[in-house]
Design a protein around this ligand. Sequence first.
Ligand SMILES: *Cc1c(COP(=O)(O)O)cnc(C)c1O
Length: 347
Amino acid sequence: MENQNQIYDFRSDTVTKPTEAMLEEILKAKVGDDVYGDDETVNQLEVMTADKLGKEAALYVPSGTMGNLIAVMAHTSPGQEVILEESCHIYLYEVGGIARLAGVQAKTLKGVNGMMKVEEIEAAIRQENIHFPESGLICLENTHNMSGGMVLPLEEMKKVYKLAQIKQIPLHIDGARIFNAANYLKVDVKEIAQYADSVMFCLSKGMSAPIGSMLVGTKEFIAKARKLRKMLGGGMRQVGIIAAAGIVALRDHGGWLDLDHQNASTLAEGLNAIEGIKVDTEKVHTNILMADVSATGIKVPELVEKMKEKGLLVNPRNESLIRFVTHRGVNSNDVEAAIKIVKEILA
Ligand SMILES: *Cc1c(COP(=O)(O)O)cnc(C)c1O
């Protein structure tokens, strides 16, 4: 339980450290210059990824942000419009890269639990008119970070993809946590990826690899993406050193995500039982939860600071919400300790 000086880090699943198996594979990794296509480990990771996602090809990229940016650049032309949910990561947390570097403008729609309504997407697609930009891309985010890691319903994704195909507009999934979504839905990740032309996912979050994300799509798309990655400075050399950990992540993540989701659910119930704190436990699908602390009478930054003093690290989301994320670095004892700390602060 709660030890002095112990840190309980619920800020993000990005804080996960590599497993022993990853470190062992890193030592053994066969490497080469990946810009020349010579890194066997990266090549293996890319083949494995494409196969897992049910797509033709894959590209290893340094970060999810770069993967999303490359996808937007590869799918669109400058001056086009991208349809996105208004609280998605690409729009909120990627430094406006799609505007500055891809030269596209965002058309945001309000989603319900992170999912935009198909009718609203259809209405947002531009008609041909001399005044209008063209609609160049639709993006979905699954799991949806700002909705507290909620999973988009497969049926809705299918409808949106059908619409995208009819309108001949590509669809990209920001699937930073797509393996969490697949785990929740109890489906193979291919079942989700089938409703998109491209998918980005992170190896460096719940998957526990230290660095890196993957982008998947057709061979043609990935060839284009590879060149854009080089342009953005993301062409790396003996990068099999880190890709080796990615291979282990793809192999070993299943049980970790099961536990992360159980822990999030336990944490949600524990926090929700505390006077002044509200967590919509029905909405805790995966490893993220949003705790509404507005009824505690303590302002979010102050509460976050008090938690920090007791070793509990979390991220403030806005004036009423605090985000907790479970991951391989926190176990069920840490969850109990976190609940106890919050109880003590509010007692
Ligand atoms: C973390 C995240 C990203 C970006 O990944 P980085 O590797 O941190 O750049 C993109 N989309 C979502 C939904 C994320 O949570």
